[in-house]
Design a protein around this ligand. Structure first.
Ligand SMILES: [Zn+2]
Length: 126
């Protein structure tokens, strides 16, 4: 079994080992294990990583879009409320899913995990 490209399997929210099984249930919740190859997703901890990227990307898109909309069309305020009130949650969800999938797949591909103190075996070797 060849390991899939972590970017491709991450963007498609698939298992980092087999590239087939689903990574999420109910949108953004990581499943317990892969339904295809049985890989436990216990290692998966993307933390705040995806949120940081989403904040940066979505903030730039929203600010740029709001400025463009305002200065190009000068709409009433309620148009901004409706447009950005719909745009922001949808794009935030989509970006979070994509980036969380990619970061978990990259975490698996690079074997990234928390640092641990090495426990020395007491077998007399130095
Ligand atoms: Zn799998």
């Amino acid at each position: 079994m060849t390991t899939p490209n972590p970017i491709v399997s991450g963007l498609s929210a698939r298992c980092p080992r087999c590239g087939q099984g689903a990574l999420f249930k109910n949108g953004l919740t990581v499943r317990e294990r892969c339904g295809n190859c049985g890989l436990s997703y216990g290692f998966a901890d993307s933390g705040d990583g995806p949120a940081v990227f989403v904040i940066m990307i979505l903030g730039a898109l929203t600010l740029g879009g709001a400025l463009f909309l305002e200065f190009r069309y000068e709409p009433p305020v309620w148009v901004h409320v409706v447009v950005w009130g719909v745009f922001i949650p949808i794009v935030a969800f989509a970006l979070l899913r994509l980036l969380k999938g990619v970061l978990i797949n990259l975490q698996y591909a690079h074997k990234a995990e928390e640092g641990r103190l090495e426990t020395k075996k007491s077998d007399g070797q130095k």
